[in-house]
Design a protein around this ligand. Structure first.
Ligand code: UD1
Ligand code: MG
Length: 477
Protein backbone atom coordinates (compact mmCIF):
# COMPACT_ATOMS: atom_id res chain seq x y z
CA UNK A 1 0.00 0.00 0.00
CA UNK A 2 1.47 3.36 -0.94
CA UNK A 3 -1.35 5.88 -1.22
CA UNK A 4 -3.14 7.03 1.91
CA UNK A 5 -6.89 6.42 2.02
CA UNK A 6 -7.37 10.07 3.12
CA UNK A 7 -6.24 13.27 1.38
CA UNK A 8 -2.91 13.67 3.13
CA UNK A 9 -0.78 16.73 3.70
CA UNK A 10 2.60 16.40 5.38
CA UNK A 11 4.29 19.25 7.22
CA UNK A 12 7.97 18.90 8.10
CA UNK A 13 9.30 21.58 10.41
CA UNK A 14 12.81 22.63 9.56
CA UNK A 15 12.99 26.36 10.27
CA UNK A 16 14.48 26.35 13.75
CA UNK A 17 17.93 27.66 14.45
CA UNK A 18 19.15 24.72 16.43
CA UNK A 19 20.86 26.97 18.96
CA UNK A 20 22.13 24.02 20.97
CA UNK A 21 24.14 22.74 17.97
CA UNK A 22 26.29 25.90 18.26
CA UNK A 23 26.87 25.74 14.51
CA UNK A 24 26.65 28.10 11.53
CA UNK A 25 25.03 25.27 9.58
CA UNK A 26 21.22 24.94 9.90
CA UNK A 27 20.50 22.06 12.26
CA UNK A 28 18.50 19.93 9.82
CA UNK A 29 21.48 19.89 7.42
CA UNK A 30 23.74 18.19 9.92
CA UNK A 31 24.28 14.70 8.64
CA UNK A 32 23.48 11.27 9.91
CA UNK A 33 25.05 8.37 8.03
CA UNK A 34 26.29 10.90 5.49
CA UNK A 35 22.89 12.46 4.65
CA UNK A 36 21.26 15.58 6.07
CA UNK A 37 18.75 14.79 8.83
CA UNK A 38 16.01 16.47 6.80
CA UNK A 39 16.76 14.20 3.81
CA UNK A 40 16.06 11.17 6.01
CA UNK A 41 12.70 12.58 7.08
CA UNK A 42 11.69 13.47 3.52
CA UNK A 43 12.71 9.99 2.37
CA UNK A 44 10.50 8.38 5.03
CA UNK A 45 7.56 10.52 3.84
CA UNK A 46 8.08 9.81 0.16
CA UNK A 47 6.12 6.54 0.24
CA UNK A 48 3.04 7.86 2.07
CA UNK A 49 1.17 9.11 -0.99
CA UNK A 50 0.75 12.67 0.28
CA UNK A 51 -0.93 15.20 -2.00
CA UNK A 52 1.74 17.61 -0.83
CA UNK A 53 4.75 17.76 1.48
CA UNK A 54 5.26 21.22 3.00
CA UNK A 55 8.74 21.80 4.36
CA UNK A 56 8.89 24.79 6.71
CA UNK A 57 12.16 26.65 6.31
CA UNK A 58 13.42 29.79 7.97
CA UNK A 59 16.80 29.78 9.60
CA UNK A 60 19.27 29.24 6.73
CA UNK A 61 16.32 28.74 4.36
CA UNK A 62 18.31 29.21 1.14
CA UNK A 63 20.89 26.68 2.26
CA UNK A 64 18.26 24.16 3.34
CA UNK A 65 16.21 24.54 0.17
CA UNK A 66 19.27 24.24 -2.07
CA UNK A 67 20.48 21.13 -0.27
CA UNK A 68 17.09 19.45 -0.61
CA UNK A 69 16.40 20.57 -4.20
CA UNK A 70 17.30 17.28 -5.95
CA UNK A 71 15.16 15.22 -3.57
CA UNK A 72 12.35 17.81 -3.68
CA UNK A 73 12.21 17.75 -7.47
CA UNK A 74 11.12 14.10 -7.44
CA UNK A 75 8.23 14.71 -5.01
CA UNK A 76 5.14 16.93 -4.65
CA UNK A 77 7.16 19.05 -2.23
CA UNK A 78 7.04 22.76 -1.57
CA UNK A 79 8.98 24.95 0.81
CA UNK A 80 7.09 27.38 3.03
CA UNK A 81 9.04 30.16 4.70
CA UNK A 82 8.61 30.95 8.38
CA UNK A 83 10.03 34.40 9.21
CA UNK A 84 10.69 34.96 12.07
CA UNK A 85 10.61 31.62 13.88
CA UNK A 86 8.17 31.95 16.75
CA UNK A 87 7.81 28.28 17.65
CA UNK A 88 6.53 25.00 16.28
CA UNK A 89 2.89 26.13 16.37
CA UNK A 90 3.79 29.25 14.43
CA UNK A 91 5.68 27.05 11.95
CA UNK A 92 2.62 24.94 11.16
CA UNK A 93 0.46 28.09 10.98
CA UNK A 94 2.54 29.11 7.94
CA UNK A 95 1.51 25.92 6.15
CA UNK A 96 -2.17 26.15 7.13
CA UNK A 97 -3.30 28.12 4.04
CA UNK A 98 -1.72 25.46 1.80
CA UNK A 99 -3.40 22.43 3.38
CA UNK A 100 -6.19 20.57 1.57
CA UNK A 101 -9.76 21.71 2.15
CA UNK A 102 -11.27 18.22 2.04
CA UNK A 103 -13.49 17.47 5.05
CA UNK A 104 -11.71 14.16 5.69
CA UNK A 105 -8.19 15.49 5.11
CA UNK A 106 -5.34 14.49 7.42
CA UNK A 107 -2.22 16.47 8.20
CA UNK A 108 0.84 14.59 9.36
CA UNK A 109 3.37 16.77 11.16
CA UNK A 110 7.00 15.81 11.71
CA UNK A 111 10.12 17.45 13.08
CA UNK A 112 13.04 17.81 10.71
CA UNK A 113 15.39 17.03 13.58
CA UNK A 114 13.94 13.58 14.27
CA UNK A 115 15.52 11.81 11.32
CA UNK A 116 14.97 8.08 11.72
CA UNK A 117 11.20 7.90 11.68
CA UNK A 118 10.04 4.94 9.54
CA UNK A 119 7.38 5.09 6.84
CA UNK A 120 5.43 2.25 8.51
CA UNK A 121 5.29 4.13 11.81
CA UNK A 122 3.99 7.30 10.14
CA UNK A 123 1.43 5.23 8.26
CA UNK A 124 0.19 3.64 11.50
CA UNK A 125 -0.26 7.11 12.98
CA UNK A 126 -2.30 8.21 9.96
CA UNK A 127 -4.49 5.11 10.41
CA UNK A 128 -4.94 5.98 14.10
CA UNK A 129 -6.03 9.49 13.16
CA UNK A 130 -8.51 8.15 10.61
CA UNK A 131 -9.56 11.69 9.74
CA UNK A 132 -11.20 12.29 13.14
CA UNK A 133 -8.77 11.65 16.04
CA UNK A 134 -5.67 13.53 17.08
CA UNK A 135 -2.98 10.84 16.99
CA UNK A 136 0.33 11.44 18.77
CA UNK A 137 3.44 9.36 18.41
CA UNK A 138 4.72 8.86 21.93
CA UNK A 139 7.39 6.79 23.57
CA UNK A 140 8.52 5.96 27.10
CA UNK A 141 12.09 7.06 27.72
CA UNK A 142 14.33 6.23 30.68
CA UNK A 143 15.64 9.77 30.39
CA UNK A 144 12.84 12.07 29.15
CA UNK A 145 14.88 15.27 29.66
CA UNK A 146 14.13 17.93 27.07
CA UNK A 147 11.02 16.35 25.59
CA UNK A 148 7.38 17.40 25.96
CA UNK A 149 5.64 15.17 28.53
CA UNK A 150 2.33 13.44 27.85
CA UNK A 151 -0.07 14.43 30.61
CA UNK A 152 -2.87 11.93 31.23
CA UNK A 153 -5.81 11.75 33.61
CA UNK A 154 -4.79 10.40 36.98
CA UNK A 155 -1.34 10.14 38.48
CA UNK A 156 0.85 11.99 36.01
CA UNK A 157 3.97 10.07 36.98
CA UNK A 158 2.31 6.69 36.61
CA UNK A 159 4.05 4.16 34.41
CA UNK A 160 2.63 2.71 31.22
CA UNK A 161 -0.61 3.70 29.53
CA UNK A 162 -2.43 6.01 31.90
CA UNK A 163 -5.83 7.46 31.37
CA UNK A 164 -7.11 9.87 28.75
CA UNK A 165 -4.53 12.27 27.30
CA UNK A 166 -5.09 15.80 28.57
CA UNK A 167 -2.22 17.63 26.93
CA UNK A 168 1.51 17.98 26.41
CA UNK A 169 3.65 20.02 28.74
CA UNK A 170 7.06 21.20 27.62
CA UNK A 171 10.13 20.57 29.79
CA UNK A 172 10.52 24.25 30.61
CA UNK A 173 6.88 24.64 31.65
CA UNK A 174 6.53 21.39 33.60
CA UNK A 175 6.00 21.06 37.36
CA UNK A 176 8.39 18.74 39.20
CA UNK A 177 5.69 16.03 39.26
CA UNK A 178 5.22 16.35 35.48
CA UNK A 179 8.97 16.17 34.92
CA UNK A 180 8.82 12.66 36.32
CA UNK A 181 6.55 11.54 33.45
CA UNK A 182 8.49 9.29 31.13
CA UNK A 183 5.98 9.18 28.29
CA UNK A 184 7.08 11.88 25.85
CA UNK A 185 5.90 13.44 22.62
CA UNK A 186 8.19 12.52 19.75
CA UNK A 187 7.35 15.49 17.52
CA UNK A 188 5.12 13.46 15.18
CA UNK A 189 1.34 13.84 15.08
CA UNK A 190 -1.52 13.21 12.67
CA UNK A 191 -4.52 15.51 12.92
CA UNK A 192 -7.81 16.06 11.07
CA UNK A 193 -6.87 19.02 8.85
CA UNK A 194 -10.02 21.10 9.41
CA UNK A 195 -9.79 20.84 13.21
CA UNK A 196 -6.04 21.49 13.12
CA UNK A 197 -6.65 24.79 11.31
CA UNK A 198 -9.06 25.83 14.05
CA UNK A 199 -6.69 24.84 16.86
CA UNK A 200 -3.74 26.59 15.24
CA UNK A 201 -5.66 29.85 14.95
CA UNK A 202 -6.14 29.88 18.74
CA UNK A 203 -2.56 29.26 19.89
CA UNK A 204 -0.95 31.77 22.22
CA UNK A 205 2.65 32.25 23.32
CA UNK A 206 1.87 32.46 27.02
CA UNK A 207 4.55 30.06 28.24
CA UNK A 208 8.09 29.85 29.59
CA UNK A 209 9.71 30.31 26.16
CA UNK A 210 7.29 32.90 24.77
CA UNK A 211 6.75 30.63 21.76
CA UNK A 212 3.69 29.34 19.93
CA UNK A 213 3.80 25.66 20.84
CA UNK A 214 2.29 23.20 18.41
CA UNK A 215 1.90 20.87 21.36
CA UNK A 216 -0.81 23.17 22.79
CA UNK A 217 -3.25 21.86 20.17
CA UNK A 218 -3.57 18.71 22.25
CA UNK A 219 -5.29 20.46 25.17
CA UNK A 220 -7.61 22.17 22.68
CA UNK A 221 -8.53 18.88 21.09
CA UNK A 222 -9.24 17.41 24.51
CA UNK A 223 -11.40 20.45 25.42
CA UNK A 224 -13.40 19.92 22.22
CA UNK A 225 -13.81 16.21 23.08
CA UNK A 226 -11.78 15.16 20.08
CA UNK A 227 -10.33 11.76 20.85
CA UNK A 228 -6.59 12.05 21.46
CA UNK A 229 -4.78 8.75 21.00
CA UNK A 230 -1.18 7.62 21.16
CA UNK A 231 0.70 5.27 18.89
CA UNK A 232 4.24 4.02 19.46
CA UNK A 233 7.19 3.39 17.18
CA UNK A 234 8.64 -0.09 16.78
CA UNK A 235 11.95 1.13 18.11
CA UNK A 236 13.13 4.08 20.18
CA UNK A 237 15.74 5.01 17.57
CA UNK A 238 12.96 6.24 15.27
CA UNK A 239 11.95 9.06 17.52
CA UNK A 240 15.16 10.36 19.03
CA UNK A 241 15.42 14.07 18.30
CA UNK A 242 18.74 15.80 17.74
CA UNK A 243 19.35 19.09 19.50
CA UNK A 244 23.07 18.94 20.30
CA UNK A 245 26.30 17.49 18.91
CA UNK A 246 26.23 14.86 21.65
CA UNK A 247 22.74 13.70 20.63
CA UNK A 248 23.76 13.69 16.97
CA UNK A 249 26.76 11.49 17.73
CA UNK A 250 24.68 9.18 19.90
CA UNK A 251 22.07 8.72 17.17
CA UNK A 252 24.80 8.14 14.58
CA UNK A 253 26.28 5.33 16.69
CA UNK A 254 22.87 3.74 17.21
CA UNK A 255 22.11 3.91 13.50
CA UNK A 256 25.51 2.47 12.62
CA UNK A 257 24.99 -0.35 15.11
CA UNK A 258 21.61 -1.11 13.53
CA UNK A 259 23.09 -1.14 10.02
CA UNK A 260 25.98 -3.32 11.16
CA UNK A 261 23.62 -5.82 12.76
CA UNK A 262 21.53 -5.98 9.58
CA UNK A 263 24.62 -6.73 7.50
CA UNK A 264 25.94 -9.31 9.97
CA UNK A 265 22.57 -11.07 9.70
CA UNK A 266 23.32 -11.36 5.98
CA UNK A 267 26.63 -13.01 6.87
CA UNK A 268 29.05 -10.09 6.78
CA UNK A 269 31.88 -10.66 9.25
CA UNK A 270 32.72 -7.39 10.95
CA UNK A 271 35.75 -7.43 13.23
CA UNK A 272 33.98 -4.88 15.41
CA UNK A 273 30.45 -3.63 14.68
CA UNK A 274 31.18 -0.60 16.88
CA UNK A 275 33.97 0.44 14.55
CA UNK A 276 32.09 0.35 11.26
CA UNK A 277 30.52 3.22 9.35
CA UNK A 278 28.17 2.98 6.42
CA UNK A 279 27.11 6.24 4.79
CA UNK A 280 25.22 4.85 1.84
CA UNK A 281 24.43 1.36 0.59
CA UNK A 282 26.56 -1.72 1.02
CA UNK A 283 25.91 -5.02 -0.76
CA UNK A 284 27.87 -8.01 0.39
CA UNK A 285 28.36 -11.53 -0.94
CA UNK A 286 29.24 -14.61 1.10
CA UNK A 287 32.26 -14.81 3.38
CA UNK A 288 33.12 -11.16 3.27
CA UNK A 289 35.37 -9.88 6.07
CA UNK A 290 35.76 -6.25 7.08
CA UNK A 291 38.35 -5.25 9.65
CA UNK A 292 37.99 -2.35 12.08
CA UNK A 293 37.60 1.33 11.29
CA UNK A 294 36.36 1.13 7.69
CA UNK A 295 34.05 3.77 6.19
CA UNK A 296 31.77 2.92 3.25
CA UNK A 297 30.14 5.73 1.29
CA UNK A 298 27.81 5.95 -1.69
CA UNK A 299 27.16 2.57 -3.30
CA UNK A 300 29.62 -0.21 -2.57
CA UNK A 301 29.46 -3.86 -3.60
CA UNK A 302 31.72 -6.49 -2.08
CA UNK A 303 31.77 -9.84 -3.88
CA UNK A 304 32.12 -13.28 -2.32
CA UNK A 305 35.20 -13.76 -0.19
CA UNK A 306 36.34 -10.12 -0.32
CA UNK A 307 38.60 -9.09 2.54
CA UNK A 308 38.92 -5.47 3.61
CA UNK A 309 41.78 -4.58 5.94
CA UNK A 310 41.57 -2.00 8.72
CA UNK A 311 40.93 1.71 8.18
CA UNK A 312 39.90 1.68 4.53
CA UNK A 313 37.66 4.43 3.15
CA UNK A 314 35.63 3.16 0.21
CA UNK A 315 33.21 5.25 -1.83
CA UNK A 316 31.27 4.05 -4.89
CA UNK A 317 33.08 0.85 -5.80
CA UNK A 318 32.54 -2.69 -6.96
CA UNK A 319 35.06 -5.05 -5.44
CA UNK A 320 34.84 -8.42 -7.19
CA UNK A 321 35.02 -11.87 -5.60
CA UNK A 322 38.21 -12.85 -3.85
CA UNK A 323 39.79 -9.40 -3.97
CA UNK A 324 41.77 -8.13 -0.98
CA UNK A 325 42.20 -4.57 0.21
CA UNK A 326 44.98 -4.23 2.74
CA UNK A 327 45.00 -1.57 5.45
CA UNK A 328 44.52 2.14 4.80
CA UNK A 329 43.26 2.05 1.23
CA UNK A 330 41.31 5.01 -0.08
CA UNK A 331 38.88 4.32 -2.91
CA UNK A 332 37.01 7.36 -4.12
CA UNK A 333 34.76 6.43 -7.01
CA UNK A 334 32.33 8.82 -8.69
CA UNK A 335 28.83 7.79 -9.75
CA UNK A 336 30.27 5.38 -12.35
CA UNK A 337 32.18 3.60 -9.61
CA UNK A 338 35.72 2.27 -9.25
CA UNK A 339 36.12 -1.39 -10.21
CA UNK A 340 38.45 -3.86 -8.55
CA UNK A 341 38.64 -7.18 -10.39
CA UNK A 342 38.42 -10.69 -9.00
CA UNK A 343 41.42 -11.74 -6.96
CA UNK A 344 43.04 -8.30 -7.14
CA UNK A 345 45.27 -7.22 -4.26
CA UNK A 346 45.28 -3.54 -3.32
CA UNK A 347 47.27 -1.67 -0.69
CA UNK A 348 48.27 -1.06 1.97
CA UNK A 349 48.08 2.72 1.43
CA UNK A 350 46.73 2.68 -2.11
CA UNK A 351 44.50 5.33 -3.63
CA UNK A 352 42.01 4.54 -6.40
CA UNK A 353 40.34 7.60 -7.87
CA UNK A 354 37.40 8.04 -10.29
CA UNK A 355 37.69 5.94 -13.42
CA UNK A 356 40.08 3.36 -11.94
CA UNK A 357 39.28 -0.08 -13.35
CA UNK A 358 41.42 -2.97 -12.19
CA UNK A 359 41.11 -6.34 -13.95
CA UNK A 360 41.49 -9.79 -12.45
CA UNK A 361 44.49 -10.41 -10.21
CA UNK A 362 45.86 -6.89 -10.59
CA UNK A 363 48.25 -5.82 -7.83
CA UNK A 364 48.31 -2.22 -6.63
CA UNK A 365 50.79 -1.66 -3.82
CA UNK A 366 51.69 0.96 -1.27
CA UNK A 367 51.55 4.63 -2.21
CA UNK A 368 50.23 3.92 -5.69
CA UNK A 369 47.60 6.27 -7.13
CA UNK A 370 45.36 5.25 -10.04
CA UNK A 371 43.01 7.68 -11.78
CA UNK A 372 40.90 7.23 -14.94
CA UNK A 373 42.98 4.22 -15.91
CA UNK A 374 42.28 0.64 -16.89
CA UNK A 375 44.66 -2.10 -15.82
CA UNK A 376 44.14 -5.43 -17.58
CA UNK A 377 44.41 -8.81 -15.87
CA UNK A 378 47.63 -9.50 -14.01
CA UNK A 379 49.07 -5.98 -14.30
CA UNK A 380 51.14 -4.79 -11.34
CA UNK A 381 52.16 -1.44 -9.91
CA UNK A 382 53.49 -2.37 -6.54
CA UNK A 383 55.26 0.69 -5.16
CA UNK A 384 55.14 4.49 -5.23
CA UNK A 385 53.61 5.05 -8.67
CA UNK A 386 51.03 7.22 -10.46
CA UNK A 387 48.87 5.94 -13.28
CA UNK A 388 46.61 8.68 -14.65
CA UNK A 389 44.66 8.50 -17.94
CA UNK A 390 46.41 5.25 -18.84
CA UNK A 391 45.43 2.03 -20.56
CA UNK A 392 47.60 -0.72 -19.18
CA UNK A 393 47.78 -4.14 -20.83
CA UNK A 394 47.84 -7.60 -19.34
CA UNK A 395 50.76 -8.62 -17.11
CA UNK A 396 52.42 -5.19 -17.35
CA UNK A 397 54.89 -4.50 -14.57
CA UNK A 398 54.99 -0.80 -13.70
CA UNK A 399 58.12 -0.10 -11.66
CA UNK A 400 58.57 1.66 -8.36
CA UNK A 401 58.50 5.43 -8.58
CA UNK A 402 57.30 5.52 -12.19
CA UNK A 403 54.58 7.88 -13.30
CA UNK A 404 52.48 8.90 -16.23
CA UNK A 405 52.93 12.63 -16.85
CA UNK A 406 49.37 13.07 -18.10
CA UNK A 407 48.95 16.83 -17.73
CA UNK A 408 50.80 19.39 -19.83
CA UNK A 409 49.53 22.30 -17.80
CA UNK A 410 46.47 22.77 -19.99
CA UNK A 411 45.21 19.39 -21.17
CA UNK A 412 45.24 15.76 -20.09
CA UNK A 413 46.71 13.11 -22.41
CA UNK A 414 46.61 9.31 -22.47
CA UNK A 415 49.34 6.79 -21.99
CA UNK A 416 48.88 3.40 -23.66
CA UNK A 417 50.97 0.52 -22.40
CA UNK A 418 50.77 -2.77 -24.34
CA UNK A 419 50.60 -6.24 -22.82
CA UNK A 420 53.72 -7.64 -21.11
CA UNK A 421 55.52 -4.29 -21.02
CA UNK A 422 58.10 -3.90 -18.26
CA UNK A 423 58.53 -0.33 -17.06
CA UNK A 424 61.61 -0.03 -14.83
CA UNK A 425 61.85 2.12 -11.74
CA UNK A 426 61.55 5.89 -11.71
CA UNK A 427 60.37 6.37 -15.30
CA UNK A 428 58.39 9.39 -16.49
CA UNK A 429 56.05 8.62 -19.40
CA UNK A 430 55.16 11.96 -20.97
CA UNK A 431 51.71 11.57 -22.51
CA UNK A 432 50.50 11.18 -25.13
CA UNK A 433 52.76 8.18 -25.48
CA UNK A 434 52.41 4.51 -26.46
CA UNK A 435 54.57 1.62 -25.30
CA UNK A 436 54.35 -1.34 -27.70
CA UNK A 437 53.66 -4.89 -26.51
CA UNK A 438 56.51 -6.52 -24.67
CA UNK A 439 58.61 -3.33 -24.58
CA UNK A 440 61.10 -2.87 -21.76
CA UNK A 441 61.80 0.64 -20.48
CA UNK A 442 65.09 1.11 -18.69
CA UNK A 443 64.88 2.50 -15.18
CA UNK A 444 65.16 6.26 -14.88
CA UNK A 445 63.97 6.89 -18.43
CA UNK A 446 61.96 9.94 -19.40
CA UNK A 447 59.94 9.02 -22.47
CA UNK A 448 58.61 11.76 -24.73
CA UNK A 449 58.27 9.46 -27.76
CA UNK A 450 56.63 6.08 -28.32
CA UNK A 451 58.61 2.95 -27.44
CA UNK A 452 58.54 0.13 -30.02
CA UNK A 453 57.24 -3.32 -29.16
CA UNK A 454 59.64 -5.96 -27.95
CA UNK A 455 62.69 -3.68 -27.62
CA UNK A 456 64.61 -2.15 -24.75
CA UNK A 457 64.18 1.61 -24.72
CA UNK A 458 66.41 3.70 -22.49
CA UNK A 459 66.06 7.45 -22.34
CA UNK A 460 68.52 8.78 -19.83
CA UNK A 461 72.07 10.13 -19.82
CA UNK A 462 74.66 7.42 -20.40
CA UNK A 463 76.65 6.55 -17.27
CA UNK A 464 80.21 7.83 -17.21
CA UNK A 465 83.05 7.33 -14.70
CA UNK A 466 86.04 9.71 -14.62
CA UNK A 467 89.28 7.99 -13.60
CA UNK A 468 91.61 10.15 -11.48
CA UNK A 469 88.83 12.60 -10.54
CA UNK A 470 89.43 14.26 -7.15
CA UNK A 471 86.88 15.66 -4.74
CA UNK A 472 87.21 19.41 -4.11
CA UNK A 473 89.29 20.17 -0.99
CA UNK A 474 88.37 22.75 1.65
CA UNK A 475 90.50 25.91 1.28
CA UNK A 476 92.83 26.57 4.28
CA UNK A 477 91.42 29.33 6.54
C1 UD1 B 1 9.58 19.69 20.23
C2 UD1 B 1 8.24 19.54 20.98
C3 UD1 B 1 8.42 18.58 22.14
C4 UD1 B 1 8.92 17.25 21.61
C5 UD1 B 1 10.20 17.42 20.80
C6 UD1 B 1 10.55 16.12 20.11
C7 UD1 B 1 7.10 21.68 20.73
C8 UD1 B 1 6.70 22.96 21.41
N1 UD1 B 1 7.82 20.83 21.46
O1 UD1 B 1 10.48 20.26 21.18
O2 UD1 B 1 7.16 18.41 22.80
O3 UD1 B 1 9.13 16.38 22.72
O4 UD1 B 1 10.02 18.41 19.76
O5 UD1 B 1 11.79 16.22 19.49
O6 UD1 B 1 6.73 21.45 19.61
N2 UD1 B 1 10.98 24.60 14.26
C9 UD1 B 1 10.52 25.43 13.28
N3 UD1 B 1 10.15 26.70 13.60
C10 UD1 B 1 10.20 27.17 14.87
C11 UD1 B 1 10.68 26.32 15.88
C12 UD1 B 1 11.05 25.03 15.56
O7 UD1 B 1 10.44 25.04 12.11
O8 UD1 B 1 9.83 28.34 15.07
C13 UD1 B 1 11.39 23.24 13.90
C14 UD1 B 1 12.84 22.94 14.22
O9 UD1 B 1 13.66 23.20 13.10
C15 UD1 B 1 12.82 21.46 14.54
C16 UD1 B 1 11.41 21.24 15.06
O10 UD1 B 1 10.63 22.34 14.66
O11 UD1 B 1 13.02 20.67 13.39
C17 UD1 B 1 11.38 21.09 16.56
O12 UD1 B 1 11.89 22.26 17.16
P1 UD1 B 1 12.77 22.22 18.47
O13 UD1 B 1 13.10 23.61 18.84
O14 UD1 B 1 13.88 21.26 18.32
O15 UD1 B 1 11.69 21.65 19.50
P2 UD1 B 1 11.97 20.81 20.79
O16 UD1 B 1 12.38 21.74 21.87
O17 UD1 B 1 12.87 19.69 20.47
MG1 MG C 1 14.10 19.27 18.89
Amino acid sequence: MTASAYPLDIVIMAAGKGTRMKSARPKVLHTLAGRPMLAHVIQACAGLGARRIHVITGHGAEQVEAAMAPQAAALPLQFVRQEPQLGTGHAVQQAAPHLADDADGITLILNGDTPLIRTETARALIEACAGKNLALLTVHLDDPTGYGRIVRVGDSAREGEGGRILGIVEQKDAHPRQLAIREVYTGVMAAPTAALRRWLSRLTNDNAQGEYYLTDVVAQAEAERTHVCAAHPASEIEVLGVNSPAQLADLERRLQRQQAEGLMEQGLRLADPARFDLRGELQVGRDVEVDVGCVFEGRVELGDGVRIGPYCVIRNARIAAGATLHAYCHIEGDAAGVEVGPGAIVGPYARLRPGAKLGADVHIGNFVEVKNSTLAAGAKANHLAYLGDATVGERVNFGAGSITANYDGANKHRTVIGADVHVGSNCVLIAPVTLGEGATIGGGSTLAKDAPAGQLTVARARQVSLPGWKRPQKKPA
